[in-house]
Design a binder for this molecule. Structure first.
Ligand code: NAD
Length: 353
């Protein structure tokens, strides 16, 4: 029997990559449930919008009755839960929306999911999965050495990461208490096509393209472990289709980079592929600005469990993935220009003042 997957947050950066992947590479049908916040963009789904295996429902995961109705209407074989408020800086300015969607919304979705799961026949219950998509930020900050494993204690620093940690706990509790067959994945920082240009990599690409300042937080020594979004989408499908109920899987690309190195690489790629700026090489646009409050120093993932148990491997190195990403933004101005002109022009967020 083919899968029918209800995906929450499918109009966002990672959700849209997952949907494009599932429609292109599997025979699964997809129902995209998204509230369409500022971070959503249905243009990211243009390649699949007319596919008979794709459906869209505009709804808020906090609305339990709406979730129950959509589950009954579409009768999915699995749920992939990606809907979230996702930007750390915005969580500093306005934590309420993060608690509402990431914690209360996850609860509402779990509640509706358990009722739906109980209504399935035995075979349907056995095959059903609730896949919660989470972040490595729940583990807090690493020192110079070491990696996050699946058993690293939770120690979140920001309103965003603590709301995601809360949702992870809820999902595990719904497995242990009600028997809901859940799988979880905690992934490192993603980058790639269709990422809202408030996040480091697209913001720096667009500012560097336009010759605007490149604001690096603090000294730029914070380390992130970058993963190309299409590698993440493939990993999520492996976790959903092969992961063991109750288990969590860390996902990362083994691409540790300091933020300043990432920005320098973007400058150098753009100097290579577009017209030079009158003021000289784009590295000259880098400015150091006040650090993010509570800024975690280093994240690094030990992804040996997903590699060993599920056979997943990333395909992109940071070098190849970053070049593909820069190319995508150069080729898709019609995707991002309206966002820069409208909902987010690139100003500083998250100063906690
Ligand atoms: P995003 O901000 O690009 O997209 C989030 C989507 O969720 C948007 O389409 C938005 O409209 C939708 N949404 C928000 N609130 C909703 C609500 N109440 N009801 C229904 N839909 C709602 O986020 P992303 O970067 O694609 O992240 C997706 C998931 O992956 C999140 O759960 C995030 O925590 C997790 N994650 C992200 C990263 C990363 O680097 N971006 C890394 C690891 C994990």
């Amino acid at each position: 029997m083919t899968q029918k997957i209800l995906i929450t947050g499918g109009a966002g950066f990672i959700g849209s990559a997952v949907i494009r992947h599932l429609i292109a590479e599997t025979d699964a049908a997809v129902v995209n449930v998204d509230k369409l916040t500022y971070a959503a963009n249905l243009d990211s789904l243009k390649p699949v919008a007319d596919n008979p295996r794709y459906a869209f429902e505009k709804a808020d995961i906090c609305d339990g009755a709406a979730m129950a109705h959509l589950l009954e209407k579409h009768r999915p074989t699995a749920i992939m839960h990606l809907a979230a408020e996702s930007h750390v800086d915005r969580s500093i300015d306005g934590p309420g929306a993060f608690i509402m969607t990431n914690v209360v919304g996850t609860y509402a979705l779990l509640d509706a999911s358990v009722a739906y799961w109980r209504s399935l026949d035995e075979a349907g219950r056995a095959r059903f999965r609730f896949h919660h998509i989470s972040t490595d930020e729940v583990f807090g900050s690493l020192g110079e050495t070491g990696f996050f494993t699946e058993t690293t204690p939770y120690d979140p620093s920001s309103p965003y990461s603590s709301s995601k940690a809360s949702s992870d706990h809820l999902v595990r509790a719904w497995h242990r208490t009600y028997g809901l067959p859940v799988v979880l994945s905690n992934c490192s920082n993603n980058y790639g096509p269709c990422q809202f240009p408030e996040k480091l990599i697209p913001l720096m690409i667009l500012n560097a393209l336009e010759g605007r300042p490149l604001p690096v937080y603090g000294q730029g020594t914070n380390v992130r472990d970058w993963l190309y979004v299409e590698d993440h989408a493939r990993a999520l499908w492996e976790v959903l289709s092969k992961g063991a109920p109750g288990e969590s899987y860390n996902v990362g690309g083994n691409n540790e980079m300091k933020n300043i190195e990432v920005v320098q690489m973007i400058c150098d790629i753009l100097d290579d592929v577009v017209d030079p700026l009158p003021g000289g090489p784009r590295r000259g646009l880098i400015t150091h600005v006040k650090d993010r409050p509570g800024h975690d120093q280093r994240y690094a993932i030990d992804a040996s469990k997903i590699r060993r148990d599920l056979g997943w491997e990333p395909r992109e190195t940071f070098d190849t993935g970053l070049r593909r990403t820069v190319d995508w933004y150069l080729d898709n101005r019609d995707w991002w220009q309206p966002l820069r002109d409208g909902v987010y022009a690139g100003g500083r967020l998250g100063l906690a003042v």
